[in-house]
Design a protein around this ligand. Structure first.
Ligand SMILES: Cc1cc2nc3c(=O)[nH]c(=O)nc-3n(C[C@H](O)[C@H](O)[C@H](O)COP(=O)(O)O)c2cc1C
Length: 347
């Protein structure tokens, strides 16, 4: 509540209301905090909730993760776990450092509890992330996921080599890897969800560490079914559902002008579709592929519905923007009373 009444209004005014200015400021503050053991201990005492579960062979202190894109370069890792996250997914990183799309590229739609972004994988590159992760005091206390994407300069037919270069630089640092083939903001990227492309990608990446595939909510069910066959055949460890959507359904009237901005929509309007995709994946695979449910979790009931749909883990992004760290704690507390979907989904 303090966050929503006092912190959020202040953050939302930063930079003349530029959403990325608020994001950058928060990340800088958290990066400073991440180097202060006393501050971390105080946060931990306030936010940490134990609700352990083991999924794809990895033990999570609680099943509520920070979604990819919030801390692309891994600047504030110890702070996220102190704020109660049971795992953190850094990235998306690419083999080549890249600036992303021109600003402004991040837009808040407050009446809809939503965000539109067209960041375009702005990141310092896989090598820089590897250097930062190597310097971190370990253990981190929570599993670290690393999200990999394709560099913009790399043609689609060289995508496998590009992902592989990032993977090689980072493989010793991640507890799992997410193959991001679903961002709407890199031209052509989503075509890597096709059977042949994904098959080649997974053939190159699956092996040593759990590899999960992050999918778009805009795929049809037959396309998801085909993708799942490839995931199962190639030994993917799970699916992350979902990334942002190109749809603009469900926006409040006041948000429609901003909603017309190009990019992917996240937050409340995505919740129902993301949950439907989670449910489809869980049912279609008979629980054989663990699902990380992400999209529109704004309160603990949203998370409970996501677990009920078959998610073994959940992630937050837009909900954290609107509700702050109290949401992470509330969702983890709810999860503490929620059993995993079925024993079969846990490997
Ligand atoms: C500003 C922004 C940047 C994002 N960047 C990434 C990214 O780099 N990689 C990725 O896999 N997903 C990225 N996402 C998608 C989120 O991880 C998440 O899948 C999506 O926002 C749906 O969850 P939410 O409704 O809780 O935000 C981004 C989302 C936002 C809002």
């Amino acid at each position: 509540m303090i966050f929503e009444r006092a912190v959020r209004p202040w953050l939302f005014r930063l930079g003349g209301g530029d959403a990325e200015a608020a994001h950058d400021w928060t990340l800088r503050r958290l990066a400073v905090l991440a180097r202060q053991p006393a501050a971390l201990a105080a946060l931990r005492a306030r936010y940490l909730v134990q609700a352990p579960r083991t999924v794809f062979g990895v033990r999570f202190p609680n099943p509520v993760g920070l979604a990819a894109g919030m801390d692309k370069n891994g600047l504030a890792l110890p702070a996220w776990s102190a704020l109660g996250f049971g795992f953190v997914e850094v990235g998306t990183v690419t083999a080549h450092a890249q600036p992303g799309n021109p600003r402004p590229r991040l837009f808040r739609l407050p009446d809809s509890a939503a965000v539109v972004n067209r960041m375009g994988f702005n990141n310092a590159g896989a090598e820089a992330l590897a250097v930062r992760l190597a310097a971190l005091p370990r253990p981190l206390g929570v599993p670290l996921g690393i999200s990999l994407g394709k560099s913009k300069v790399t043609p689609l037919d060289e995508a496998v080599e590009d992902y592989l270069a990032s993977y090689r630089a980072l493989r010793s640092h991640g507890d799992y890897f997410a193959v991001n083939v679903s961002s709407p903001n890199t031209p052509g990227l989503r075509s890597l969800q096709d059977k042949e492309h994904l098959d080649a990608l997974l053939a190159a990446l699956v092996g040593e560490k759990p590899v999960l595939v992050k999918i778009a909510p805009d795929l049809t069910e037959p396309a998801i079914a085909e993708l799942l066959e490839v995931c199962l055949a190639r030994g993917a460890a799970g699916v992350i559902a979902t990334n942002t959507t190109l749809s603009r359904d469900g926006l409040a009237a006041a948000d429609r002008p901003r909603g017309a901005q190009a990019g992917g929509l996240s937050g409340r309007p995505l919740a129902e579709r993301a949950r439907a995709v989670v449910s489809f994946v869980h049912t279609e695979t008979g629980g054989r592929l663990p699902v990380v449910g992400v999209g529109g979790i704004l309160d603990p009931d949203d998370a409970t519905r996501m677990f009920d749909a078959g998610a073994s883990l959940v992630q937050l992004y837009t909900g954290f923007i609107y509700r702050g760290p109290g949401l992470t704690r509330a969702v983890a507390r709810a999860a503490a009373g929620v059993a995993p979907p079925t024993a079969a989904t846990l490997r």
